[in-house]
Design a protein around this ligand. Structure first.
Ligand code: C5P
Length: 467
């Protein structure tokens, strides 16, 4: 079935609402209010049967529903033609596991409707500063406070000017002024407006105030025949910048993280070995992302061709047994991530000298012995077991089912499962499509670069250990 566009969704919802209004004799606005009230009541009665304590329920009923480890993003949509892309951004953020709330400025409502934003958010989009219902429901202070990051997309020249000068004359700017959290801006405007000295002055002020900027990009403008610097960054770029925010912002400060990476080499004799195709790219990217998030990282790496990540203490090993020894030495740690493709078997009768090929002599036979399972050993430790033990499952079939089975057998908390059948090009490649498997279920992630998988994983780890 072809996918439904935002416009189609918007039109279908409007049509349905008009029909409902015609039948009931009430206005469309009244119908929207009734639907929102019913939805709030449903959430309320579901919560009544919920074993979660009332205090926690109050927060999730207010819409900031963030499951353990989920980060909350407040998306402020400014008034520019790029606002339609922000509807897609809501979906991109939600599929990455963020809990998203939305605010539309008055100008944004000329480009997208609160109805389409609300449909994608799964709750109402907030628009009014002086609105009794909004203030009773959440209010601008709670909107600003009950989130881990505010994203302004598109950030228009006007919004940037107001932010730089501390204005608070509508819901968006009042929430921004009340914010105690980090702010990410995705500017979008005509290249002349972007290049204007006033905008550049505001930009410099905002950067000095600690605001992070993604984009703008160069390209075609909505205005016919114009191109230049000013296009809003694409939703996927903004979503990646959001994930980087959580990975970078000291989210793992003071935590000890241990990562294994790469293959192991199991000697046949002093010059030959058994190995596998692991490049170490994913494990090294995770170690780098954890270090950027402020963790003290020990990376135990098998033989790889990728450079040691900076800011990480790296221990180079060759065999599975050396890797286990190094991992045990590196404990204690709060988090252990086992990304290495450890050889399951080693050669039991490895030659002390190079095995010679002699004319007429039978082909040598290799007897194999099982290697220790490092992940399972650490996950089953009685003492010094890291709080969060994460394994990988590289499978070529039944990926999710095998990963769930592995989670139980190995005793770890999460498994990142991926399909490594040769057609995927994952082994040695730069992209990865993984599913995060926990006792809570399977969460499929979209195809991402290995760096983005690492950033997303680090963000999830930070969220989980915070809780
Ligand atoms: O059983 P399988 O090799 O598929 O399990 C993969 C996971 O177990 C990975 O996280 C890998 O690093 C870890 N592992 C290990 N020691 C082994 C085999 C696998 O730590 N000997």
């Amino acid at each position: 079935m072809p996918s439904i566009t935002i416009r189609q969704l918007d039109e279908a919802l409007k049509k349905k609402l008009r029909l409902r209004a015609a039948r009931s004799g009430r206005s469309v606005e009244d119908e929207v209010r009734t639907i929102l009230r019913e939805a709030a009541d449903e959430r309320g009665s579901a919560a009544a049967d919920d074993p979660v304590p009332a205090a926690k329920r109050a927060i999730s009923r207010s819409g900031a529903a963030a499951a353990p480890g989920r980060k909350r993003v407040l998306l402020i949509i400014g008034g520019g033609i790029a606002a339609y892309k922000s509807l897609d951004l809501i979906r991109r953020l939600k599929e990455r596991g963020f809990a998203v709330r939305g605010v539309l400025t008055k100008a944004a409502e000329h480009f997208v409707t609160p109805l389409s934003a609300g449909a994608l958010l799964g709750e109402r989009a907030f628009t009014e500063l002086f609105d009794a219902a909004s203030e009773l429901d959440v209010g601008h202070i709670r909107l600003a406070r009950e989130c881990d990051l505010i994203v302004v997309a598109p950030a228009t020249g006007d919004l940037m000017a107001k932010m730089a000068n501390g204005h608070a004359d509508d819901l968006a700017t009042a929430a921004l002024l009340a914010a105690g959290t980090r702010i990410l801006l995705a500017p979008a405007m005509n290249p002349h407006m972007w290049a204007n000295k006033a905008t550049q002055r505001n930009l410099a002020r905002l950067i000095a105030d600690g605001v992070t900027i993604v984009g703008p990009n160069e390209g075609e403008m909505a205005e016919h025949g114009e191109r230049g610097l000013g296009r809003m960054a694409e939703p996927l770029e903004i979503a990646a910048a959001v994930e980087r925010q959580f990975a970078e912002a000291g989210a793992l400060a003071g935590k000890r993280v241990l990562v294994t990476s790469g293959p192991t080499h199991e000697p046949i004799d002093p010059v030959r070995y058994i190995a596998n195709r692991s490049s170490g790219k994913q494990g090294h990217a995770i170690a780098a992302a954890a270090a950027s998030a402020g963790a003290s990282v020990t990376l135990i790496s098998g033989p790889v061709n990728v450079p040691d990540p900076s800011g990480v203490s790296v221990i180079h090993v060759e065999t599975a047994r050396q890797m286990l020894e190094a991992v045990q030495q590196a404990l204690p740690a709060e988090v252990a991530i086992f990304a290495a493709a450890v050889a399951d078997w080693r050669v039991a009768n490895a030659g002390e000298q190079k095995i010679k090929k002699k004319p007429g002599q039978a082909t040598p036979e290799l007897a194999l012995a099982e290697n220790p399972d490092i992940l399972s050993t650490i996950a089953h430790r009685k003492s010094q077991r890291p709080k969060l033990v994460i394994g990988f499952a590289a499978e070529t079939e039944n990926v999710a089912a095998n990963a769930q089975d592995k989670l139980r057998r190995k005793g770890c908390d999460w498994i990142l499962a991926n399909d490594v059948s040769p057609s995927t090009g994952i082994m040695g490649g730069d992209r990865n499509t993984v599913a995060l498997v926990s006792t809570g279920g399977v969460e499929q992630w979209p195809p991402l670069s290995k760096e983005d998988v690492a950033a997303k994983l680090v963000a999830r780890i930070a969220g989980a250990i915070e809780k």
